[in-house]
Design a protein around this ligand. Sequence first.
Ligand SMILES: Cc1ncc(COP(=O)(O)O)c(C=O)c1O
Length: 436
Amino acid sequence: MAKTTSRNAARKTAYLMDCAKTYYPEPLTLVSGQGAYVTDEDGRRYLDFFAGIAVLVAGHNHPSIIAAVHDQADRIVHTSTLYLNEPVLDLAQRLSEASPPGLDKVFVGNSGTEANELAAVLARHFTKSSEFIALAHAYHGRSAWTVGITGLSAWRNFGAEPSKIVFAPNAYCYRCPLHLTYPSCEIACAKAVEDIIKTETSGRVAGYYAETIQGVGGIITPPPEYYGIVKEILDRHGILFIADEVQTAWGRLGHNLFGISDWGVIPDIVTSAKGLGNGLPISVVIARREIADAYQGPHINTFGGNPLSSRAAVATLDVVEREGLTANANTVGDHLLARLRDLARKHTLIGDVRGRGLMLGVELVADRKTKEPAAAAAERVLDACKDRGLLIGRGGLYANTLRIQPPLIITREQADEAARILDEALTVASNDVARA
Ligand SMILES: Cc1ncc(COP(=O)(O)O)c(C=O)c1O
């Protein structure tokens, strides 16, 4: 059991289950947040470049979102899905109108895991098949089904697979699973989906799940051609494309409300959660009308369509639009990406820098030739950043990728400050590696 000194760390050890892991040898207790900053129990302020887990698109405690939540709390906070409430109808209408053409019907739940569960139910009913394709290094949630379609062994740690799932290679250009190089590869990983359908399934497959950019898997960013090729294959075989936009929606990728639109394809089902409620628990499944209608239920969700979360979600969408957060994610994201590439020129610990908008990844390696993953160095960088007032995340199959997913409100100055701290933290980690 971890040695802890702070009072809250001791209480965590005593009362919270060990399975819920916290970052850092000394876990942080956050007591307040404002904009891009959070404050801990000792009054220390941090620039929050992980936003929970890639959640707070509009920053902590955005005044107009908090005002909407207060107003709703004074009216009604719970109805269940058995009754209608105005906020959930407002949200469903708004999403139906803002989604790519054809994605008309919405179900509002509580978490990304739940959204991916319901997407599978819809796909099974619509296609009358229970076979699915998922991607290597995928992360889709923590229920038995979503663990089944997760392609990271560290997160496949419970549950029997409830139906047939096969995995396709992911578009991980830095470590190509097919040992090819972009663009001469001609996107062989996308074309491999066809071979997998023909050789590893009955040919009747319900759905293909993909995170638009794999987040937990280490900000794996497919090349521009990838989803177009996959979608054409799926359409030919009558397979539904389920885009897991839990991390990539709500402007984070810097061009569109939904990240998948950047690849120029329209999925059959979109699932999302995280940033939509700007911190309040909410998820959505948005499906083509005929797919949604193929499942007549009954389906119930006690906390689904929650008026408080739905009100927060509508207010968040208003802020994203009014404050131009998608455009900000693009311009500040490009600026930060350039700063990270500068760091890659200075620190040999950096093997790859990738991502779009404000969903960026920095993969650390012990040796650029062998690409040996540097997981311990990544952990050291996280801790050294925290000591200097910057919070970032970590992911990847080898736990060696720094995840940078700040609120979409950040300024260029804050991006520069984060890059400055990261520079120092990389120096600390490199010195540690050299000493070891
Ligand atoms: C892409 C993706 N899908 C699904 C989930 C599960 O969402 P939740 O933790 O809200 O259940 C996550 C969580 O990190 C995620 O990143």
